[in-house]
Design a protein around this ligand. Structure first.
Ligand code: WT7
Length: 652
């Protein structure tokens, strides 16, 4: 690919790459025209895409409706997401094409290849299992599974019968699972006996048992993965394999309204409790299909590998609904990226001839640390397009990815989006370009963004708050489960609720390119995982010796950000390494290993507002050796000087 010396915004920015001739020739979209068409009439544009990409049982009556603060797409349209991802391919040349290539972690275990035909059989059978256990349209089904094909099969089976799945990341604790099962009032839980991680079989069932206890879960389905001896509760627990033997593979799809929920997925917000983001069927699927096809220029013979776990939105959209609706072959991998050695990912790319690879900056930084000798051992020439998601990617990681993994041949598609947006919203299209490190790209065709200051005035060339303008993206969330108040407050409380609030900072360059500058609320991205500072504080505060705590993110070389905890102890308690260990293990138990604080500092007092809120902003500034700023409105302004000297003693 040709690099030019086009200076975008500042003097440091000299890497600007444009698509090669071959890239342009192959691309679905190779010119600017699509942006102009979409912008002229975004509603009509999305209507055209929905008609072309998605199979509808009944065409909609109205393309778009906005009744503040809810937007609706394809009203009156009828479809089924599973039919789009699976059934419709059976009538085409894709019938015996491999849909899912599954690579287990143990290297001596064989790869599983599942064709669309086989996937249809498995999904239909499992949908019948769910029906047999009493699951009906609209019921919630908890899915707590590792990266095994049963995860996608379970999701698609729910979609097939109109049940709403709620997937919980398998590395989350039983406690986190319980919270989500309670809030979603799930009737059934699907889990596994365990899975392999770094060569060891891990037990998932005991966490699942803990999570299910005290909830409305009546039946637990256990996938036989490791064959470990586990406790099964009579009358509640059943093995997947046993149930699958009792059903046939005929299961008609349930006809759904475009507006019917497809799934809920919990994500962290500013408060301590995760919220259940609701995604509907028609709008979400339209965005999933088209962003997969256009962002990654996905063609029929492509092998697509998105490394995200199905426990996150990226896994929902790009390890399941998007590429399967397009009819691609996807790769899924059970294990750790560096097991048994740091060549594992690259060996998978070589083995299956992966053409499109989509991962997170934190993964790239980790591999860059292992050294280029690892990717160099493998043939990576099948790669055509590289993608990244989840957090800003820094220049070093971008260049390493571009040169070492992509051989300076593959464009890097930096995709900005959120759990709430269902699919990507800001990125560059591979046939259009330009690809610029640390500039996510531009609004996807048919999507409009605005960068505003605190008063709601548009800012140009300066950092501001990123909002989405009307018409809102088809994939945008359709509410927060059982909590419309929180939905309104979180996303629509600024500027009269006229724009969707992303809670991200951004800067517009050259009128259309967008540089993301990070979250503007109390949310961190730890190794790409979203975590609220309040969630972590709540967990730490559960310790009997802790009186109060304040958590702030600090930069980290590989993980991007890591949490750091300031703790005020109860009068009688004393700081100790033992106590720190206890606090860390408590966060693991309540949230999961991703939430582990990097350091725990014991302090006497923390700066607070008059209403008693800990001022994390000031903590962050002090950690960065910056002036604390205006402290006159604090309840305890004297705490700042004390904290400063305490931090000095800690020699950070
Ligand atoms: C937050 C959303 C969307 C899938 C995974 C994350 C940050 C996401 C980028 C990017 C800079 C990014 C934002 C956003 N983010 N992608 N390409 N460049 N920042 O979904 O867990 O809901 O997190 O991740 O801060 O708000 P999520």
């Amino acid at each position: 690919m040709k690099a030019t010396k086009w200076v975008v915004s500042d003097k440091k920015q000299k890497h600007v790459y444009w698509p090669s001739k071959e890239m342009k020739a192959r691309a679905w979209i190779s010119s600017e025209k699509v942006y102009a068409e979409a912008d002229k009439n975004p509603t009509q544009f999305w209507g055209r895409l929905a008609k072309e990409g998605i199979t509808w049982f009944k065409h909609w009556n109205k393309t778009y409706e906005w009744k503040k603060p809810y937007s609706k797409w394809f009203l009156g349209g009828k479809l089924n997401a599973c039919h789009n991802a699976v059934d419709r391919h059976l009538e085409t040349h894709r019938k015996n094409k491999v849909a899912i290539i599954w690579e287990p972690e143990p290297i001596n275990e064989p790869t599983q290849y599942i064709t669309y035909y086989q996937l249809h059989k498995e999904v239909s059978k499992f949908a019948n299992v769910l029906k047999k256990l009493g699951v009906k349209k609209g019921d919630r089904v908890g899915i707590y599974l590792p990266m095994i094909p049963e995860a996608q099969i379970a999701m698609l089976a729910c979609a097939r019968i109109g049940a709403i799945h709620s997937v919980v990341f398998s590395a989350f604790s039983g406690e986190s699972l319980k919270k989500r099962l309670i809030d979603g009032e799930a009737k059934i839980l699907i889990t596994a006996d365990g899975y392999y991680r770094r060569g060891k079989p891990l037990n998932l069932k005991s966490q699942a048992d803990f999570g299910a206890k005290g909830t409305k879960v009546k039946k637990v389905i256990v996938v036989n993965r490791t064959g470990a001896k586990i406790k099964m509760t009579k009358g509640r627990d059943y093995y997947w394999n046993d149930l699958m033997k009792t059903v046939n593979s005929e299961c008609p799809v349930t006809v759904m309204n475009s507006e019917d929920p497809l799934f809920i997925l919990y994500t962290s917000g500013t408060t301590g409790t995760p919220k259940g983001v609701i995604h509907d069927t028609g709008g979400y699927l339209t965005q999933a299909y088209w962003t997969t096809k256009l962002d990654f220029d996905l063609h029929d013979d492509d092998v697509f590998w998105c490394t995200a776990d199905v426990g996150w939105i990226t896994g929902h959209t790009y390890s399941c609904y998007g590429p399967l609706s397009v009819g691609a072959t996807i790769v899924t991998f059970e294990g750790a990226p560096d097991f048994p050695d740091p060549g594992r990912f690259w060996s998978i790319i070589e083995k299956y001839g992966v053409n499109v690879f989509y991962t997170a900056p934190t993964v790239i930084r980790m591999f860059a640390r292992f050294g280029e000798e690892w990717p160099k051992k493998y043939d990576l020439t099948s790669l055509r397009i590289l993608g990244t998601v989840g957090e800003p990617i820094d220049l070093d990681a971008w260049l390493w990815y571009f040169k070492i993994v992509g051989g300076s041949r593959c464009p890097i598609i930096d995709t900005w989006w959120q759990t709430e947006t269902g699919g990507t919203l800001i990125n560059v299209l591979p046939g259009v370009g330009p690809f610029i490190p640390m500039v996510a790209g531009r609004s996807f065709p048919g999507i409009r963004h605005k960068v505003l200051d605190a008063e709601g005035k548009e800012v140009k060339g300066k950092e501001g708050y990123l909002f989405q303008d009307k018409p809102f993206a088809p994939g945008l969330l359709h509410g927060v489960w059982k909590n419309s108040k929180r939905y309104k407050k979180t996303y629509w409380s600024k500027h009269n609720g006229e724009y969707y609030d992303t809670s991200d900072g951004a800067k517009i360059i050259k009128g259309k390119y967008i540089r993301m500058t990070g979250r503007t609320d109390d949310v961190m991205k730890v190794a790409g995982h979203r975590l609220a500072t309040a969630e972590l504080e709540n967990a730490i505060n559960l310790h009997k010796d802790v009186s109060e705590s304040g958590v702030v993110p600090i930069p980290h070389k590989i993980k991007g950000e890591v949490p750091l905890a300031f703790v005020i102890l109860e009068p009688k308690a004393k700081p100790s390494d033992e106590l720190t260990r206890e606090i860390i293990s408590l966060t693991r138990k309540i949230i999961g290993p991703t939430a582990k604080p990097e350091k725990v500092f014991y302090v006497k007092d923390l700066p607070k507002t008059r209403s008693g809120k800990i001022m994390r902003r000031i903590l962050k500034r002090l950690l960065n050796n910056e002036p604390a700023g205006d402290i006159s409105t604090l309840r305890n302004p004297e705490s700042v000087a004390v904290l400063k000297s305490e931090l000095k003693k800690l020699k950070l």
